[in-house]
Design a protein around this ligand. Structure first.
Ligand code: AP5
Ligand code: MG
Length: 216
């Protein structure tokens, strides 16, 4: 039976970092909606042009196009064993869509780790994050530096600072998270599959607690 994990939590809390590690350790596919949109932007597709309009401002991309993109992605063969969803769902409408698309394939959301950290921590992390241009590997010049400045350890490509990591856009993203995504915390708590994990710990400790939550 395939496993579906939803990583919930504010911008910068470590969803992408942990999703990448979890995917590697569990054999599940890592599906990040933010990364998928950034790929479309890089390739200048129609969806990329639309997504960029919203992402640039720190707003959410409309539900219909986001849902269609995820549905297409999780049907691919590499998702057969299951998926770590990073950044989706982000609205109640997307949560309903996640339930329906998994229901269609006889699956369900198994566990929702909810990673938390104080606002000062996430603002600091985002201001020092550097991301790999080629495949989205995540570094931090203060907390998780690459071996060589400006170069990805994994594929040697250039590291860059995301356009939406500017201070004012980060504030907007946090507000959008509180307004539009945080209602999902209570929703998944009620379903009984929410596991709260403190994200303001060492990366390895957060991973350990995530793996423990998956075993339960
Ligand atoms: P997305 O790319 O998903 O951004 P986000 O949710 O704002 O989250 P981030 O990627 O900024 O943070 P993260 O939690 O992944 O943290 P990370 O691991 O990088 O979305 C971007 C935009 O796309 C959205 O604003 C929206 O416009 C659009 N979008 C995406 N999904 C959408 C959806 N479903 N619907 C509509 N629109 C959507 O870590 C951050 C930094 O901290 C890194 O530098 C890392 O090295 C460091 N770090 C991580 N863990 C630790 C630790 N334990 N200790 C110290 N440092 C750490
Ligand atoms: Mg991310």
């Amino acid at each position: 039976m395939a496993t579906y994990i939803i990583l919930l939590g504010p911008p910068g809390v470590g969803k992408g970092t942990q999703a990448e590690i979890l995917a590697e350790q569990t054999g599940l596919a890592h599906v990040s909606t933010g990364e998928l949109f950034r790929e479309h932007i890089k390739n200048k597709t129609e969806l990329g042009i639309l997504a960029n309009y919203f992402m640039h401002k720190g707003e959410l991309v409309p539900d219909d196009v986001t849902i269609a993109m995820v549905k297409d992605r999780i049907m691919r063969p590499d998702c057969e064993a299951g998926v770590v969803l990073d950044g989706f769902p982000r609205t109640p409408v997307q949560a309903d869509a996640a339930n329906s698309m998994l229901n269609e394939i006889g699956a369900k959301v198994d566990v929702v780790p909810y990673i938390t950290a104080p606002k000062e921590v996430i603002v600091e992390r985002l201001s020092s994050r550097w991301t790999c241009r080629e495949s989205g590997h995540i570094f931090n010049v203060a907390f998780n530096p690459p071996l060589k400045v400006g170069v990805c350890d994994f594929d040697g490509s250039e590291l860059y600072q995301r356009d939406d990591d500017k201070a004012e856009t980060v504030q907007k993203r946090i507000q959008v998270y509180l307004d539009r995504t945080s209602p999902l915390i209570e929703y998944y708590r009620t379903v009984g599959i929410l596991h709260e994990i403190r994200g303001d710990q060492e990366i390895e400790q957060v991973t350990k607690e995530l793996l423990d939550a998956l075993k339960k």
